[in-house]
Design a protein around this ligand. Structure first.
Ligand code: NAD
Length: 294
């Protein structure tokens, strides 16, 4: 069985590493934060004293870090500490330039690498039902797949290095825009005297149907499991949605792609987060649009 170093034991990394342990892999976890190391030990994940000890003689290094700068810096530190052939898998959501830089650093050390950002949130991480969007050479992807299967239920090879991040950025741009669209429709419906349930019953079986409506409905009632029924506790925090929308705008500017609705969604989430709402679920933006908050 492969030995895996898991760097970054935060909200996502801890439950993901726990699922690798459950699947029988020899895991050595490490996080810069003492509190995360303690929580990981508590959850039964073997924890190394430092990152050098974590990556010593492992077959695979998985990273689940906040941003691109953390991933590039962690990869820079790894070089020289790992042997050629060690498989590097980055599951963080990062900007395209950092993703490509990480692949370049891996290649310079003779290591196969995969960018494998996830969707599914902390619930999916705990349940082992994440979706992984992967970019990298076919051989690197094949080597990574069984490990990702221990943490997720859908593993998609999106093409060359960086394409996993590209897929994640594009998907979450759809999500941010569609949540605002659904929220605006409920706010307009309220003004027109339409009940939430009536609009839901029509739109969920008509051409307005989408995930933001039928799984994650931003008003309480129609979908009992949506965060709207729990005072918008996340779920998927608005600050993370803003992070992803900014990444999509950065990518669009870099690629000269026209994404006017993506830009508008980023601006709306920015004012929501600036108003101190970043820790709430991203579907709470309906309150700002309604004018009932902000
Ligand atoms: P988090 O902040 O809870 O965890 C990141 C951890 O990385 C922190 O504990 C930090 O101390 C640690 N860290 C930073 N640099 C390190 C280093 N060099 N070595 C070891 N540890 C280091 O963040 P999270 O919510 O777990 O998210 C992680 C990534 O997953 C982010 O890129 C995020 O955008 C993405 N993501 C998060 C969610 C979610 O719902 N939380 C969903 C999908 C994707």
């Amino acid at each position: 069985m492969k030995t895996i170093a898991f760097l970054g034991l935060g909200h996502m990394g801890l439950p993901m590493a726990a699922n690798l342990v459950k699947a029988g892999y020899a895991v050595r976890g490490y996080d810069l934060a003492e509190a995360c190391r303690a929580a990981a030990k508590e959850a039964g994940i073997p924890v190394a004293a430092n990152s050098a000890e974590a990556v010593n003689a492992v077959d695979v290094v998985i990273t689940m870090l906040p941003k691109g700068e953390h991933v590039v810096s962690a990869y820079g530190d790894l070089i020289g500490k790992i042997s050629a052939g060690t498989l590097l898998i980055d599951c963080s959501t990062v900007d395209m330039a950092s993703a490509l830089k990480a692949h370049e650093l891996a290649a310079s050390a003779g290591c196969p690498s995969v960018d494998a950002p996830v969707s599914g949130g902390t619930g999916g991480a705990a349940a082992g039902t994440l979706t992984f969007m992967c970019g990298g050479e076919a051989e690197a992807f094949s080597a990574a797949k069984p490990l990702l299967e221990a943490m997720g239920k859908k593993i998609v090879h999106c093409g060359r290095g960086g394409n996993g991040q590209a897929a994640k950025i594009c998907n979450n741009m759809i999500l941010g825009i569609s949540m605002i669209a659904v929220s605006e429709a409920f706010v307009l419906g309220e003004k027109l005297g339409l009940s939430h349930q009536a609009l839901f019953d029509v739109a969920s079986t008509s051409s307005g149907q989408c995930w933001s409506l039928t799984t994650y409905c931003p008003v309480p009632g129609p979908v009992p499991t949506s965060p709207a029924n729990k005072d918008y506790q996340p779920g998927f925090a608005a600050a993370l949605m803003l992070k992803d929308l900014k990444l999509s705008q950065e990518a669009a500017n870099g690629a000269d792609a026209s994404t006017p609705l993506g830009a508008a969604a980023a601006a709306l989430y920015e004012s929501f987060v600036d108003d101190g709402q970043g820790g709430r679920d991203f579907s709470a933006i309906v309150e700002m649009l309604r004018g009932s908050r902000a």
